[in-house]
Write a protein that binds this ligand. Sequence first.
Ligand code: SF4
Length: 358
Amino acid sequence: MKEYIKFSQEDIKDYTKRNYKLVGKNKHSAVQLCRWTKSKLTKGRNCYKSIYGIKSHRCVQMSPSLDFCSFSCSFCWRPFGKDRFKSENKWDQPEEIIDGMIEAQRSLVSGYGGNSRTTLETFKDANDPVHVAISLDGESTLYPQIAELIREIKLRKMTVFLVTNGTMPNKIKELVEKDAEPDNLSISVYATNKEDYKKITNSFIENEFEKVNESLNLMKEFRTARTIMRTTLVKGLNDNDPEGFAKLINIYKPKFFQIKGYSYLGASKKRLKKTNMPYMEEIEKFAEIISKSTGYIIKTRDDISRVIVMVKDEETWKWNSEKIKEQEERISQRPKSDFTTKKVLRKTLNIIPEQQSI
Ligand code: SF4
């Protein structure tokens, strides 16, 4: 198979314009500051994933497979490039990606050093990221060394949140086989039957619904990961079958089920209307039907993100608290951050006098 680099100089310029920091020599990985990282830095408000122990200002939102995807979902906010489903490329090694990712995150937060709403403490912590959310853009399991990437992140005493569309069950299996369980394995499920799946995802592959089911079936083999089944609820597109979702939950028994309301954002505006956004009450109603049919307990309602998180049972919720403690223990074993040795950050730190910190 011929290897090539997917992006042209023009594409790279375009990503840079959208505040992505491309990482690694082959430019298939990227970091972008998450809105919640910014929110925590300036307003102290965390994303709802604090229920999994994530501190937004210390979280890197990244992708090792920029724009590679087996789907082109109509509700996706990312712009679709050409050759979206191509798995041949020149790939960087996990170590290079992680080194570049940390450097990129530090550069992206460096501006907050002079922000009067950012405490020095928060700024310093933000320069030492400890959580990695592999969720920025593209299907993460199309990066051939996804298992090795996760192992390397954990070796560096960080936590990993993997979001996948579940179309590569062989790669999900590999995570178990290679002892590379992420802390959170989140599989997106967009419909409850074969026909709707094809229509909603505009899939490039065959048998996508079967493949996603195969991935969901593998969740039971994960021992340490929080297994999460999630969906993006789009009014008029996939909000008509809560019972179908309940059926899938009852079969695969993920530890958590998460519903996020579609947001009329980015490139999805070309494909959908504002009226496709469900109101929070509609998302709640959908969740309540699922709760009745599965026994899953609604634990988190986040009005800003328009998210509802449900947990399998109280025992799983208790286990989740223990897992947060284990994550904190792992993070505390990290060697002391070397960020003060980085020229750019030293410079930034020097421009904030101590007394300005809140
Ligand atoms: S977990 Fe996701 S939403 Fe929360 S800070 Fe990280 S990237 Fe942002």
